[in-house]
Write a protein that binds this ligand. Structure first.
Ligand code: SAM
Length: 274
């Protein structure tokens, strides 16, 4: 039953057919249709989607993903994109970040370059190059270099592995993707370039952050308001690429962090300190 926008009659705390109330902690007021037969986790996901204002906004503005709003918020704060830039988007499907990057670099005017990579197909983005494949495949780096015309001004990574529900496993998988994305960025960024990547906080990401601090002037954590507060997801933004660290990430990760650079925690408008 879809709610009436006034509380859906659940304020009495009664539970639905699934045995769970969708009010309570998350303050949700609408329930998805056809709950029967769905796993509880899927019911909760659906209910959350229905009640999420960012889902509604992304849809109404024609974005392919809710994640597009996160990138917009980060860019509104840090002004990463400039017209004419060359940008690489790792894990680009379904294409929400590509839409934002395309608009903000004015891809249509002909000077900018935008390249996306994903294991999954991504619907076309006008004037962008999109490759289906694994970012860990060495051949991909060669293809992307060709497509951006050498080096990139910015590398984006919203890479995420399918979650298992086991927090530590999910954290380690996402951290492995963060490491692979950083490795890719170190190989393709121009001097003063930036790297923005999803990062599930949980401890294992420390050594990857240390490598960033050696190779960029500033490394900060950012959590846009469109990133769910209850989620361990955050983003790490590294700016001012100088590449003074070692060229092989395996060696970098083996180092201790004695000479690590600065790491800032941003508390600017629209961002929560972590
Ligand atoms: C959260 S989604 C990205 C959403 C995207 N930023 C948007 O706004 O539409 C994460 C993506 O990472 C991709 N991915 C995960 N591992 C990958 C890998 N090794 N190589 C390429 N893509 C990968 C997944 O297929 C998935 O589409």
């Amino acid at each position: 039953m879809i709610g009436n926008g006034k509380g859906n009659g659940r304020s009495d705390g009664k539970k639905g057919r699934s045995g769970r109330s969708y009010r309570g902690k998350a303050g949700l007021t609408r329930q998805p249709k056809k709950m029967r037969g769905r796993k509880v986790s899927s019911q909760r996901w659906l209910a959350r989607q229905l009640n999420d204002p960012f889902v509604a906004e992304a849809k109404s503005r024609g974005f392919r993903s809710r994640a597009a709003l996160k990138l917009e918020q980060i860019d509104d704060r840090f002004r990463l994109f400039q017209p004419g830039m060359a940008i690489v988007d790792l894990g680009c499907a379904p294409g929400g970040w590509m839409q934002v990057a395309s608009m903000r670099t004015r891809l249509g005017q002909g000077l900018a370059r935008l390249v996306g990579i994903d294991l999954l197909e991504t619907e076309i983005i006008l004037d962008a190059d999109i490759f289906v494949g694994d970012i860990m495949d060495n051949a991909m780096l060669v293809r992307v270099r060709e497509a951006v015309g050498g080096a990139a001004d910015g590398v984006l990574s919203d890479l995420a592995a399918a979650t298992t529900g086991h927090r530590l496993t999910d954290h380690l998988r996402t951290t492995a993707l963060l490491e692979a994305a950083l490795d890719f960025a170190l190989e393709i960024l121009k001097k003063d370039g930036f790297f923005l990547a999803k990062c599930f906080r949980g401890g294992a990401e420390r050594s990857v952050l240390d490598v960033m601090k050696r190779n960029f002037t500033t490394v900060r954590h950012v959590k846009p308001t469109a990133s769910r507060q209850e989620s361990v997801e955050s983003y790490v933004l590294a700016t001012g690429f100088h590449g003074d660290g070692l060229s092989n990430i395996g060696e970098k990760l083996a180092l201790n962090d004695d000479d690590a650079g600065s790491e800032k925690t941003d508390d600017g408008r629209g961002f929560r300190p972590i």
